[in-house]
Design a protein around this ligand. Structure first.
Ligand code: TXA
Ligand code: MG
Length: 319
């Protein structure tokens, strides 16, 4: 059974007011949303996604003024980043306000806060008197959805409504910044480039080391964001020598490869643009995952701008 899909904000709001789930568009990826202040509603997210309770949810709101419903003791640098980049593909991890149930934060005293930059979802949030807890709208561990169809294919039988805002314009999850030691640190590379953040803060930042078993930030698990097919990462021309050409799919940055059927190939950006590549990454992985091939050969992008975040996701998909 498929979910109803449409652009009806009143319908979405009515369902959310009844503690139901609604899939929502954002500029990064689609989210699976529920009333962040309702444990009953939030529990449905974990059930629909088959998500372990140790993986905390991001709370979405419409404006910086509403942050103090969700968080307390917000550092100056958090406001500085929020003013510069929100609404936008950035999540800040802040001390949790008591109204946010511990179910949302997986028992943490911190909470992820984000203002998504999508007109439908911003309008929806303005019509609600609570913020929305929303993880990416995919089964736990799989590739995030960047269209309403992606959501419907995997979660359509578990949710009553998908708000269809078209294909996501950034296409990769938000960049996550924490302040655990008072200073901003990158917890997850994402849709806001490191260079932009550094230019606002006026300093270079370290990324917190990925751990394969860090329960604090499962979005950073070594194996995550993964298609079902095996992904091999490296020099595609060299990798091709080891495989039957009928059996491989290719996810390349810009150029096609001779001798492999075109239907088994995705170029992330023929123009070699890292933003366009990020926008096409997850739909490309999904497409290849559905082809009659046994392995996906992929290559890294240049380590600049969103290329860094795309590479992060490719490494996790290949792990
Ligand atoms: O772009 C995005 O961020 C999308 C859209 C829907 O907003 N959301 C998203 O959510 O990617 P999700 O649940 O797939 O990833 C959220 C990740 C968690 O896996 C965790 O790593 C981190 O955010 N996170 C959330 N709350 C946290 C907290 N209190 N402390 C540390 N990490 C947290
Ligand atoms: Mg996710």
């Amino acid at each position: 059974m498929m979910a109803t899909t449409g652009t009806d904000i009143d319908k979405a709001a009515a369902l959310l007011n009844q503690e139901q789930l609604v899939a929502i568009p954002t500029e990064t990826v689609y989210g699976l949303a529920a009333n962040a202040f309702s444990e009953v509603a939030v529990l449905k997210i974990f059930e629909a996604k088959n998500r372990p309770a140790f993986d905390p949810l991001i709370v979405h709101t419409a404006s910086i003024e509403q942050f103090n419903q969700i968080a307390t003791a917000i550092p100056d640098q958090a406001y500085q980043l929020a003013e510069a980049f929100m609404p936008g593909p950035l999540t800040l991890i802040l001390p949790r306000a008591t109204d946010v149930p511990l179910l949302v934060t997986s028992g943490n005293d911190s909470v992820g806060v984000r203002i998504p930059n999508h007109p439908l979802t911003l309008n929806l949030l303005k019509n609600l008197n609570f913020p929305l807890a929303a993880p990416s709208a995919n089964p736990f561990g799989y590739v995030s959805p960047t269209t309403a169809q992606h959501v419907n294919q995997q979660l359509g039988d578990k949710i009553p409504y998908i708000l269809d805002g078209g294909p996501c314009q950034v296409g990769i999850e938000s960049t996550i910044i924490g302040f655990a030691n008072g200073e901003p640190e990158i917890l997850r590379l994402g849709g806001l480039a490191l260079e932009e953040i550094e230019s606002v803060l006026g300093k270079t930042m370290q990324q917190v080391k990925t751990s394969s078993s860090n329960p604090q930030a499962p979005g950073m698990l070594s194996s995550h964001y993964a298609p079902r097919k095996k992904v091999m990462l490296g020099n595609i021309a060299e990798l091709l020598l080891a495989y039957n050409l009928e059996q491989v799919g290719i996810l390349s940055f810009a150029r096609p490869f001779a001798d492999v059927p075109a239907a088994h190939q995705v170029q992330l950006s023929v123009a070699g643009n890292v933003h366009e590549a990020a926008r096409n990454l997850f739909s490309g992985l999904r497409y290849l995952d559905a082809q009659p091939i046994s392995v996906i050969l992929a290559e890294l992008l240049p380590e600049i701008g969103l290329g860094r975040a795309v590479n992060d996701r490719l490494r996790r998909a290949a792990f």
